[in-house]
Design a protein around this ligand. Structure first.
Ligand SMILES: Cc1cc2nc3c(=O)[nH]c(=O)nc-3n(C[C@H](O)[C@H](O)[C@H](O)COP(=O)(O)OP(=O)(O)OC[C@H]3O[C@@H](n4cnc5c(N)ncnc54)[C@H](O)[C@@H]3O)c2cc1C
Length: 416
């Protein structure tokens, strides 16, 4: 095998997170930055998202996914980041030796620092174990998005959607606009998983019914889906007797969650968070393995791409500094998610700079506050008119507030 390529910063994944991280790593002075993408173009999941709504925070306008990605693709090209397309990273070692596979065969890369920006994949029928036959016509939402928006192919005429997360909702609208009959959206939880705005824009505006506490208990059809059985579920997610009903359709679209592509970060031995399913990181987005960083959807699932971009830009700068100097501010303050919050990220901070914390609540909350406390004293309080699990919360805490931290511990929680 040829000698390894030597680079300052290697970015794995060329989606919005990888693009932003690579551009900023180069901008921060790293001389050789390489971005490795298994697809034949950069942009990641944005390439198939032709709806608008991207860039509302960063650019204050609603761009389509490809328009948003193009801005960052131009930026990495202007800054002379080397992009290797059709290149899959198959292995990463703790001392940052990367093995890739592409049309040249197997190559290795030795990196000063590595940024993992590999995004998410979708949960499939196998992951949720739905009973019934195995006909054609069962798709994940992302697969349908790819067929429709990238390849211009229709997937079916009469569609049932399982899952009311934003992806499911957006696809309900998209399929309707393309002439399909979306019979209903079924959601196993007693409340919708997508943000309130998408419920209105994607379902209510098109008269598509949403059945809560409902699941698909069986899929029917021999060659092609002929229908599904819906059933109500009770408090413990068990099927409620006598609620089964057959719904005719030729397509079942599954929008049942995203799984971070963590094989590389797990393989390298980084500490993982059970709350986010991503790596545990500090405020430089360092994992527990020196020189290995993580950002974007592989770190935490982002509903808004702008936040993935902002987090990744910070990661790119930190990775470049580490590659050039071997130094970054040491994390000395531990963060804890308190009442009402599922998690708060980063897990540790240095306190030497302002931090943009990201977090999600367990449940919908109205007119409450996100409060950062240390030793019983409030460091920062932010009133929030509305919080919901589907919407990531992002709160900046200024550097000066960290001077008041007691016992190296801050708790973030939701209060009246
Ligand atoms: C259906 C849907 C609708 C959305 N709608 C909106 C919206 O309206 N507005 C908004 O702001 N945000 C939206 N988002 C969120 C936004 O798309 C994500 O936050 C963003 O794409 C995350 O970027 P990423 O780079 O982390 O992941 P991705 O976009 O998934 O990119 C990851 C990249 O890594 C590559 N990769 C993975 N593993 C390897 C490997 N081993 N080797 C090489 N390459 C690899 C993949 O091929 C991919 O290109 C939506 C998301 C979805 C799924």
């Amino acid at each position: 095998m040829a000698r390894p390529e030597i680079v300052d910063v290697a970015v794995i994944g060329g989606g919005p997170a990888g693009l932003a991280a690579a551009a900023e790593a180069k901008g921060a002075g790293a001389s050789r930055v390489i971005m490795l993408e298994r697809d034949d173009r950069v942009g990641g999941i944005l390439n198939q998202q032709v709806h608008d709504g991207f860039g509302t925070k960063v650019f204050k306008e609603a761009l389509t996914g490809p328009e948003y990605a193009a801005i960052y693709e131009d930026r990495v090209n202007e800054r002379e980041v080397e992009t290797w397309l059709k290149t899959t990273v198959t292995n990463l070692t703790p001392d940052r030796l990367i093995t890739v596979r592409n049309d040249k065969g197997i190559q290795t890369i030795e990196a000063g620092s590595v940024i993992l920006a590999t995004g998410c994949r979708e949960r499939t029928r196998g992951a949720i174990g739905t009973a019934g036959t195995r006909p054609a016509g069962v798709y994940t939402a992302g697969a349908v998005q790819n067929y429709m928006n990238v390849r211009n192919l229709a997937v079916g005429r009469k569609v049932v959607i399982l899952g009311s997360g934003d992806i499911g909702l957006i696809m309900a609208r998209r399929l309707t606009l393309e002439g399909a009959d979306v019979v209903c959206v079924a959601e196993i939880l007693p409340q919708p998983s997508g943000i309130a705005g998408n419920l209105v824009r994607c379902l209510e505006d098109f008269g598509i019914p949403l059945y809560l506490s409902t699941t698909v208990s069986e899929i029917h059809g021999k060659e092609r889906v002929t229908g599904v059985t819906l059933a109500s579920v009770g408090a413990k997610m068990g099927e409620v007797k006598g609620t089964r009903r057959f719904v005719e359709c030729d397509t079942l679209l599954l929008s049942v969650g995203l799984i971070p592509e963590t094989e590389l970060v797990v393989g390298v031995g980084a500490s993982m968070s059970p709350a986010t399913n991503g790596a545990i990181v500090d405020d430089s987005f360092r994992t527990s393995i020196p020189g290995i960083f993580s950002c974007g959807n592989v770190l935490q699932v982002h509903d808004v791409v702008d936040y993935a971009t902002l987090e990744s830009e910070k990661t790119g700068i930190a990775a470049a500094i580490w590659a050039m100097t071997g130094k970054l501010p040491e994390p000395v303050i531990n963060m804890k998610a308190g009442a009402g919050l599922r998690y708060v990220l980063p897990a540790t901070i240095s306190g030497e700079d302002a931090v943009d914390f990201t977090m999600r609540p367990w449940k919908e909350e109205h007119d409450k506050s996100v409060v950062f406390k240390s030793g019983g004293e409030v460091l920062r309080r932010l009133k929030m008119p509305h919080m919901e699990p589907a919407g990531m919360i992002r709160v900046r805490v200024g550097k000066g507030r960290f001077n008041r931290v007691v016992d190296n511990q801050i708790t973030a929680e939701i209060e009246e």
